[in-house]
Write a protein that binds this ligand. Structure first.
Ligand code: NAP
Length: 282
């Protein structure tokens, strides 16, 4: 029997936990504050941000969507981030990606100070994740680890194939898996024979942005499959896994929608609360 891993239910559980934590903080007169910066009007970004703002309101986080026009200068954007970095009333800052193509900002991931980097993208946070130290863990990998916990999937000694090596998903995910004592193979577009790797895996995590990349013949029976992909095909949202076919061979699998995507925003709320707790302790 295949278990569908229910991201929506886990999201609700995490948001409930977050709500309770915010109530506790408010008793100490601390209100977590999150600023979400957007440049331009990308449709995907609009809907991701709307969900973040909605979740923040639900758990009691004070959030603001700062929407800058596509024509804003890099200087103006950097000044805004700098002022938010320095503002003691702001605990978490998030710069929604992608930025407009014309913006070429060097060291983009270093603009938000590590203490307020609730996305966990800053090299200091990424480095700490790799070292297994306390850090803001990038929200999507954090959500996936929560999913493993929720379904009591022990990663120790498991052969895991991570398809994708992006800075926001593949790399931090790999760090977390290594620290959980899994044996990890990381694949990318130059990988010679992807199926050769995925066929041997106990767990396959796909974050490639390529619809139906993982097919049934590429996995072994009873595999666990985590689909991070979010693609639009003929106006419909789908993942990176040929879901119906792969499901038949899987012991556990995440659907798209309703799987990993729901957890990213929920983990952002946890990171914002953690940022408020840490900064107000000082
Ligand atoms: P990305 O920056 O484009 O990285 C994609 C990675 O996949 C790259 O490392 C690329 O290899 C690799 N790749 C692509 N096609 C491949 C193939 N055929 N075989 C092997 N490797 C392949 O993307 P991302 O930001 O990590 O996002 C990946 C997907 O997850 C997207 O669909 C995105 O929308 C989704 N996503 C979802 C969430 C969520 O909350 N659910 C969060 C973030 C992202 P190279 O390095 O060689 O190019």
């Amino acid at each position: 029997m295949t278990v569908l891993m229910n991201g929506k239910a886990l999201e609700q559980k995490i948001l409930e936990q977050a709500k309770i934590k915010v109530i506790e903080l408010k008793k100490k007169n601390i209100v977590p504050v999150l600023k979400v910066i957007q440049v331009g009007n990308d449709a995907g970004s609009n809907s991701y941000i709307a969900r973040k703002i909605k979740s923040a309101a639900l758990v009691g986080i004070d959030s603001e969507h700062i929407k800058l026009p596509e024509t804003v200068s890099e200087k103006k954007l950097l000044e805004l981030i700098d002022s938010l970095n320095k503002n003691k009333k702001v605990h978490g800052i998030l710069l929604q990606l992608p930025l407009p193509k014309k913006m070429k900002i060097p060291d983009l991931m270093e603009l938000i100070i590590p203490e307020k980097d609730v996305d966990g993208f800053h090299p200091i946070n990424q480095g700490r994740i790799l070292l297994g130290e306390k850090a803001f863990i990038s929200c999507t990998p954090q959500g996936i680890m929560r999913l493993f916990e929720e379904y009591k999937i022990d990663l120790t000694g498991k052969n895991i194939v991570m398809v994708g090596r992006s800075n926001i998903v593949g790399k931090p995910m790999t760090s977390l898996l290594i620290n959980a004592s899994a044996t990890v193979t990381v694949c990318n577009t130059k990988t010679k024979n992807l199926a050769e790797h995925t066929k041997k895996a106990d767990i396959v995590i796909v974050a490639a942005g390529s619809p139906k990349l993982l097919k049934a013949e590429m996995v072994k029976k009873n595999v666990i499959v985590i689909d991070v992909g979010m693609n639009k095909v003929e106006g419909k949202l789908c993942g990176d896994v040929d879901f119906e076919a792969v499901k038949k061979k899987s012991s556990y699998i995440t659907p798209v929608p309703g799987g990993v995507g729901r957890l990213t925003t929920a983990c952002l709320m946890l990171n914002t609360i953690k940022a408020a707790e840490m900064q107000e302790k000082k």
